[in-house]
Design a binder for this molecule. Structure first.
Ligand code: UT7
Length: 337
């Protein structure tokens, strides 16, 4: 049900050495949603913290956003795509069931020496991807790993369901992982509890309910979320994971430069920050502008706050999502922008 990891002392660390992102231009505001469903700006702001979200054009898909984010990473780091060894795309909205979105990105950016795969862990996808990518570097087997979180949530959102359509948006974020002797991923705590699967899922389109007229009629190709039970789990589990990672690493609030939380609900984020004893200015929050972009929220934050980070800064990343999946990671930042 749960697992933890930390690199052995003296072993190389996997450090973030560049970030990138993509957000679509089209904005969907709370006022726009008032036209679509029985909701209002005050309810959405008060219950979630969201003001607007971005929606991808109909002729685009997750790999398009992931490719843009990947190219920005390569530009920022000043390396060629042929130097990438591994590409991990965390997503629940791949372009297709197969091939993996990572394969499409590999081709689009021309990463001729890379292999890659998709990772499905919903809102914890990037956090899981970071740990997975770090293993390749810590083991010494690979040098350069691209970890991308990208989701086109609008493709699986029922815009007649007010309980979900106000929450989600589209975006991609990406980081490059490379070896560093001192800085990088220090520790990670991950959990899974599949008994929560029924509260947050997309029931149609897989082998349990292959797509048919019936699955479409019954709207099984859309996100199903029972908000209240998910909230209850999220608000305690995310905070628990943050406290767990702090305890395991003897971290005091002063040791944490930033908390980088998954952006599902401002109230969940604030609960985690409170339990950690962190002031509000130490918490990366952009849910107001982008909503819940699933696997993209954390790398998008890293991209946006990169200029505030310096080598040696301690940051805690945390997520909770469908599965249930959740966890927290402790990372020391490797570069000054
Ligand atoms: O990222 C993956 C993990 N997901 C999460 O962490 C999400 C966790 N859940 C949540 O963030 C919250 O449960 C929501 C934001 C989804 C909902 O907030 P809530 O405070 O739990 O509201 P609720 O579901 O208890 O609904 C309260 C009321 C209900 O009306 P009644 O039964 O009290 O009359 C809903 O029907 O609000 C109603 N409602 C709305 N009203 C206006 C539900 N959605 C809306 C809406 N606009 N969009």
């Amino acid at each position: 049900m749960s697992a933890t990891s930390s690199s052995a002392s003296g072993a190389p660390r996997a450090a973030v050495t560049a970030t990138g992102h993509f957000v679509p231009e089209r904005r969907l505001t709370n006022a726009d949603l008032e036209e679509l469903v029985d909701t209002n700006d005050e309810w959405i702001r008060k219950r979630t913290g969201i003001v607007e979200r971005r929606i991808l054009d109909d002729d685009q898909a997750t790999s398009d956003m992931a490719t843009e984010a990947a190219e920005e990473v390569l530009d920022a780091r000043g390396i060629g795509a042929d130097e990438i060894d591994v590409i991990i795309v965390a997503t629940v909205t791949p372009d297709m069931q197969f091939p993996a979105t990572a394969c499409l990105v590999q081709d689009r950016i021309g990463a001729s020496n890379a292999w890659g795969f998709d990772l499905s862990a919903a809102c914890s996808g990037f956090l899981y991807g970071l740990t997975t990518g770090a293993q390749f570097i810590e083991s010494g087997r690979f040098d350069t790993v691209l970890v991308i979180g990208a989701d086109t949530m609008s493709a699986i959102t029922d815009f007649t369901d007010r309980t979900t359509c106000v929450l989600f948006g589209d975006a991609a974020g990406a980081v490059l992982l490379e070896r560093d002797d001192e800085m990088g991923l220090v520790d990670a705590v991950h959990h899974t509890d599949g008994s929560g699967s029924r509260f947050l899922c997309m029931e149609g389109g897989g082998s349990r309910n292959p797509p048919t007229h019936r699955t479409v009629d019954e709207k099984m190709h859309y996100i199903h979320q029972e908000g209240r039970p998910v909230f209850k789990f999220a608000v305690t589990r995310m905070a628990d994971a943050c406290v767990e990672i702090m305890d395991r690493n003897d971290l005091e609030p002063d040791d944490v430069r930033y908390l980088v939380p998954h952006q599902a609900n401002l109230r969940i984020i604030e609960a985690a920050a409170n339990r950690m004893g962190l002031d509000a200015e130490k918490v990366m929050i952009n849910i107001d502008r982008f909503g819940n972009t699933t696997a993209a929220t954390i790398p998008l934050c890293l991209y946006e706050w990169e200029n505030d980070l310096q080598r040696g800064d301690g940051i805690v990343l945390t997520a909770f999502g469908g599965g249930f999946t959740w966890g927290a990671s402790y990372l020391t930042w490797a570069y000054d922008s």
